[in-house]
Design a protein around this ligand. Structure first.
Ligand SMILES: [Zn+2]
Length: 274
């Protein structure tokens, strides 16, 4: 967090300049309000990661008809609105449009609009506190939840399932968003709270193992999986979604992620939520 609070509502408003892809007459009152809000924002007075956000509306407009993650327009939006987890005032202003794009194409299994929206919501490195972002955008978050859950029925590959669960966790405000993404990327690292040793969680023979050296995995550091009957609400929800969408192998991984292990350096008990 930079700690710098920006009053997004204080940005100067101008009359709508763009034309929505559908006419306002086709829209619900909520949709109409969203379009008006986007159209009335003076983006030239907002900042994205690199400077003026004047170009962001055109990018969002183009991105609405592009679902390819690697398309230049989505690469540009990621770098301007959520660069390595850092967000800017324009990122929040883009949330209604990103939510609308994601909500109108539920059949896209891996939708960059949904991922970018959830990454902005989950960011801990931006001008607003995450709780404030969640309060301001509660309607968009609520609208995206069923979209995110629906995607779990569209994906089969392990990594896609983990990312889809990470989106659900981000929208829920769960502590597991980073862990799920880290599991997908095989990059979970933490510092032992007891001795400060930097630790790596590595996959080995279908299990997760805690080690001080990512290249040296010792079975003694194996994670003890959590008992499904003893899980908290956030963990129960994620496991339940795996069961509902027949992702048994990922469920096994989740129970390890939610489990306990010991620091291989000092022996202190650790949970991966730490
Ligand atoms: Zn330790």
């Amino acid at each position: 967090m930079t700690g710098c609070q920006h009053d997004l509502t204080g940005a100067r408003r101008v009359r709508p300049g763009g034309t929505p892809t559908r006419t306002a007459g086709d829209a619900s009152d909520d949709e109409r309000r969203q379009w008006l809000a986007v159209g009335m924002t003076d983006w030239s007075r907002l900042r994205d990661i690199y400077g003026s956000a004047a170009g962001v509306p055109a990018l969002l407009d183009e991105a609405a008809s592009v679902s390819d993650w690697d398309a230049p327009v989505w690469q540009e939006l990621w770098s301007r609105l959520c660069h390595q987890g850092t967000v800017a005032p324009a990122s929040y202003e883009a949330l209604p449009t990103l939510a609308r794009i994601a909500g109108t194409r539920g059949d896209v299994a891996v939708d960059p609009a949904l991922f970018l929206a959830s990454a902005i919501i989950a960011s801990t490195d931006g001008p607003l506190h995450r709780a404030e972002v969640r309060r301001l955008h509660a309607t968009h978050i609520d609208g995206l939840r069923p979209v995110a859950e629906h995607k779990l029925g569209l994906v089969r590959a392990r990594v896609d399932v983990l990312y889809a669960l990470g989106v659900v966790a981000a929208l829920d405000g769960s502590v597991w968003q980073r862990g799920l993404t880290g599991l997908a990327d095989e990059e979970i690292e933490l510092d032992c709270r007891s001795c400060g040793e930097h630790l790596y969680l590595e996959p080995a023979d279908g299990r997760l193992v805690m080690t001080t050296d990512a290249d040296l995995v010792d079975a003694d550091g194996s994670v003890h999986p959590a008992d499904p009957a003893q899980l908290g609400p956030a963990e129960t929800r994620l496991v339940g979604l795996c069961r509902a969408h027949d992702h048994a192998e990922v469920e096994t991984e989740l129970l390890q992620l939610f489990g306990r292990t010991r620091c291989p350096s000092c022996g202190a008990e650790l949970t991966l939520a730490d």
